[in-house]
Design a protein around this ligand. Sequence first.
Ligand code: HEC
Length: 116
Amino acid sequence: MKLIPSLLLLPALGAAAALVAQTPTPAPTPPAPPPAAAAAQGGSPLPPGPGHDTMVRVCSGCHAPDIAAQQRLTPDGWHELVEMMANNGAVATDAELAEITVYLTRSFPADQLPGR
Ligand code: HEC
């Protein structure tokens, strides 16, 4: 009858192993602050993401690209503004203009206008 106690121990060992496996891992690093918070901290108001670099390159020619962050426009509104800048003399391919329009629409949508 010496076997039984050690057999009974096995599930207990398994449970202990499961507990160890469930030990919480260190908390993940907090997510990046939203664009508004980044701007408040003195960083660029232009959030990173696809199209960011193209936008900064194309839209820095005549004025700070940051001024786009003061606008909140619908997709059509951004499309018109980007077309307007292209007509003003912004140099970019159609694909780059489309990329910039998508970036701006995603970063500064009209429905984020405070008070709307
Ligand atoms: C060739 C010069 C030039 C380039 C390049 C340029 N802009 Fe402009 N932008 C202007 C001028 C000039 C004004 C001010 C006169 C006006 O509102 O038309 C302006 C104004 C603006 C304004 C303010 C409009 C308002 O109503 O207050 C925004 C936003 C803007 N530009 C965004 C952009 C974006 C986005 C790009 C890149 C796609 C860009 N600009 C590239 C010349 C340029």
